[in-house]
Design a protein around this ligand. Structure first.
Ligand SMILES: Cc1cc2nc3c(=O)[nH]c(=O)nc-3n(C[C@H](O)[C@H](O)[C@H](O)COP(=O)(O)OP(=O)(O)OC[C@H]3O[C@@H](n4cnc5c(N)ncnc54)[C@H](O)[C@@H]3O)c2cc1C
Length: 328
């Protein structure tokens, strides 16, 4: 259940393998998904997307700008942006799965099948419902309690804007933010800006995300986005911790439901896609479901990863001390 990148990737691979798939999502697609919409070349490759024939907004940056206080580091690196509103609907439609709009509330196991709200029945169940996934709640929460130290909070806004700077900018730890703020332009005059930080550390510092948002948008007003008007919204998700149990009988958890976003850049789309594929493979091939190929690091697991991980989750407990899987 869930038609975001984790669910649609699982559905796509299952359909290609000849399985019959039903995707249950509480929203009708296209639907709003709060997300900066930055995707890596690995995601493009994993999803076999040809940018030339992708029918929606797709922008490639050749450079990203990292800002640390007064330090400005332009980094030559190829990355992309999409709008989740378009991207998720396109992926879901491409999967070829049947989709039904329904808010999942109650799941039970009956005679070797999963029964959802007394209405839907299936042999396998993939939990791809994001942070508040009912599959996680029902079958996985006790085995994988979420570490509050790895919880992020965000505020963001995506809007039509005639941006002038076509590169992506990231401001790390600005004004003590335990995270970063972003400016991510999209093709054809759209822009996503936002602020994300570690929830516990923000609380401990006596600050909150709204305060950082106010500072950030004031700064944008004087620089990259003069005259923009904002109506921000927030969402919370978890960075990669210990996922002790990813499969219980024929139920799986994937993506944000499992808390798989990377520990250095808080990137969740790539891990969602890879975990969706892995769940599909486990069903199709009968192989063990493993998250070892799902990276917990966007920057390769080296020094930069360890530094950012430390800076985001320092002072955190045992869950945050878990090693970061760094497969790319
Ligand atoms: C502000 C913000 C910015 C981000 N920026 C980036 C970025 O730039 N790049 C990146 O890689 N990652 C980013 N992330 C993380 C990324 O968005 C997520 O990690 C990713 O969407 C996870 O995909 P998913 O398929 O697991 O879950 P989701 O995309 O959240 O999909 C879950 C689906 O489940 C459905 N659902 C939920 N509950 C129910 C229910 N009870 N019944 C039925 N359906 C239900 C939802 O409607 C939704 O469609 C960002 C996150 C936030 C909040």
């Amino acid at each position: 259940m869930g038609g975001g990148p984790a669910g649609s990737s699982a559905a796509w691979r299952l359909r290609r393998g000849g399985a019959s798939v039903l995707v249950i999502d509480k929203e009708s697609f296209p639907r709003l998904k709060l997300c900066a919409g930055w995707i890596t070349p690995e995601v493009v490759r994993d999803l076999e997307i040809d940018p030339g024939s992708y029918p929606h907004r797709f922008l490639t940056f050749d450079r990203m700008h990292a800002h640390f206080k007064w330090l400005h580091l332009p980094v030559k690196v190829v990355q992309h942006s999409i709008r989740r509103f378009e991207f998720d609907a396109w992926l879901l439609e491409r999967s070829g799965a049947s989709v039904v709009r329904h808010t999942v509330r109650h799941i039970q196991r009956e005679a070797g099948a999963y029964v959802i709200d007394g209405e839907f029945r299936g042999r396998y169940l993939i939990g791809a419902g994001g942070t508040r996934c009912p599959v996680y709640r029902t079958f996985f929460r006790d085995a994988n309690p979420r570490a509050t130290e790895l919880q992020t909070v965000t505020l963001e806004h995506e809007f039509a804007y005639d941006w002038r700077d076509p590169d992506c900018h990231l401001w790390f730890f600005d004004k003590g933010l335990p995270g970063y703020s972003w400016y991510v332009p999209k093709a054809d005059g759209w822009l996503n800006v936002g602020v994300g930080g570690m929830a516990e550390r923000l609380k401990r510092s006596g600050s909150d995300i709204k305060h950082h948002w106010a500072h950030f948008t004031r700064m944008l007003g004087k620089g990259l986005a003069p005259g923009a008007a904002y109506d921000p919204a927030g969402y919370s998700y978890y960075l990669r911790g210990n996922v002790e149990v990813a499969r219980v009988e024929d139920a799986f958890i994937t993506g944000d439901a499992a808390g798989l976003a990377t520990r250095d850049m808080c990137e969740g789309i790539g891990p969602a896609v890879r975990s969706g594929f892995a769940a599909a493979d486990a069903i199709l091939k009968g192989s063990p479901y493993s998250l070892t190929d799902v990276t917990g690091a966007s920057l390769g697991g080296g020094f930069a990863t360890r530094l950012l991980d430390w800076a985001f989750t320092r002072g955190a407990g045992a869950a945050a001390a878990a090693p970061i899987p760094a497969t790319i």
